[in-house]
Design a protein around this ligand. Structure first.
Ligand code: DGL
Length: 259
């Protein structure tokens, strides 16, 4: 049975874990949320790379066969350093998400939204152009989406949600994109609100895209339901309180680790 290590800056990467477990219910996982250092999306590439290496070293001690970098910001800036250091394969969410969007787009007008760090790294833009050289890419950071999702403010009818979504997505609407990459762990929770704002646009979730890639790599493993461990770098209470929103099932215990 395979064991997958997954890390994120905090709780958001549980959307990626959720997609992986839907695709591969019998894999074992060890999830590390760097809740003491979240958010990564506003920090420099060097800092995010150092944090990512520390997270990966802890997970490597848990006998993992594969490391999934669930955090889009870390995937955008830290993959080369992680791949240079780890003995196991390392997958990030950016390339699978970009490839899925390149396939989904009819006319090649592709939008991507993410944290400030993800968007200013240019990683999605480069991956989209590599996957589809004719693509016209429009990128936009949407920093308020992260706290909205963690607050549980995701209802498309909520005026605060509507206002934030309309304001961030207006340039993408004006650019007449046909496909949009949800390039942040938290954005799947706002999917309904985003879909209402951009009804004609195909939404591509990088969590689903990496889950498909993990499944293609590991193959279907039939058998018992997988075992899941959760590690956090801050006290577990806040993580446990909001984990269910992101994972779609209750998390009852998480262990504190120093990285
Ligand atoms: N997990 C981050 C990402 O997907 C969002 C939260 C943060 O800024 O740390 O980019």
């Amino acid at each position: 049975m395979s064991r997958i290590g997954i890390f994120d800056s905090g709780v958001g990467g549980l959307t990626v874990q959720r997609a992986i477990l839907e695709a591969l219910p019998s894999v074992d996982t060890v999830y590390l949320g760097d809740t003491a250092r979240v958010p990564y999306g506003t920090k420099s590439a060097d800092t995010v790379t150092q944090y990512s290496l520390r997270n990966a070293r802890v997970l490597a001690r848990h006998g993992i066969d594969l490391l999934v970098v669930a955090c889009n910001t870390a995937s955008a800036v830290a993959l080369p350093a992680l791949r240079a250091e780890l003995a196991v394969p390392v997958l990030g969410v950016v390339e699978p998400g970009a490839r899925a969007a390149a396939r989904a787009s009819r006319g090649g007008r592709i939008g991507v939204i993410g944290t400030q760090g993800t968007i200013s790294s240019g990683a999605y833009q480069a991956a989209l152009r590599a996957a589809r050289p004719d693509a016209e890419v429009v990128a936009r950071a949407c920093p308020l989406f992260v706290p909205l999702a963690e607050e549980g403010w995701t209802d498309p009818d909520d005026p605060v949600v509507r206002g934030a979504v309309a304001r961030y997505l207006a340039p993408l609407h004006d650019a007449r994109i046909d496909t949009l990459v949800l390039g942040c762990t938290h954005y799947p929770l706002l999917r309904a609100a985003i879909a209402r704002e951009l009804p004609e646009v195909a939404l591509v979730d990088s969590a689903d895209a990496i889950a498909a890639e993990v499944r293609a790599r590991i193959g279907e493993e039939n058998g018992r339901e997988g075992a899941h461990a959760f590690l956090v770098t801050d006290t577990p209470e806040r993580f446990l309180a909001v984990a269910g929103l992101f994972l779609g099932r209750t998390v009852t215990s998480a262990e504190h680790v120093d990285v």
